[in-house]
Design a protein. Structure first.
Length: 138
């Protein structure tokens, strides 16, 4: 069993695993064909967050990955709290939210550590889908 007691470490573990899962969805043609549904949304917005093939969204993430990781962690509450934070940030990443000009420095600071909506929109650009695979962290 993994002994991860700090929610922050769970958050990093989830992001690490998400990165490799997402990268494989872009690198392996069979997986890309499943993931392409998400990238074919005409606009990156809150609705495109969950625009996925059933195999990707439900079977892989909800029936396999999250229960397996939750079971392996001694601190299931920390794991599921980190999973919920990741899900919330996933929704935010797929919005068109732009901070006002007065908050540009805050936006730059956030962008040093976290994937922002602007960064994620660039990931959804079909010409450059070969970068920015992380869920939360840069």
């Amino acid at each position: 069993m993994l002994t991860i007691h700090l929610p922050f470490l769970n958050f990093i573990l989830i992001d690490f695993l998400y990165y490799w899962q997402h990268r494989s969805f872009h690198a392996v043609s069979m997986l890309w064909n499943l993931h392409l549904c998400h990238h074919s949304a005409p606009r990156v917005d809150i609705w495109s967050t969950s625009r996925n093939n059933l195999c990707v969204n439900f079977l892989f993430v909800y029936l396999l990955l999250n229960p397996l990781l939750g079971y392996c962690c001694d601190n299931q509450n920390g794991f599921f709290a980190a999973a919920m934070i990741t899900a919330s940030l996933d929704i935010w990443r797929h919005t068109q939210i732009k901070l006002p000009n007065a908050a540009k420095n805050i936006s730059k600071l956030i962008g040093i550590f976290f994937v922002t909506p602007a960064m994620h929109r660039s990931h959804h650009n079909m010409a450059v889908t070969s970068h920015n695979f992380g869920a939360n962290l840069i």
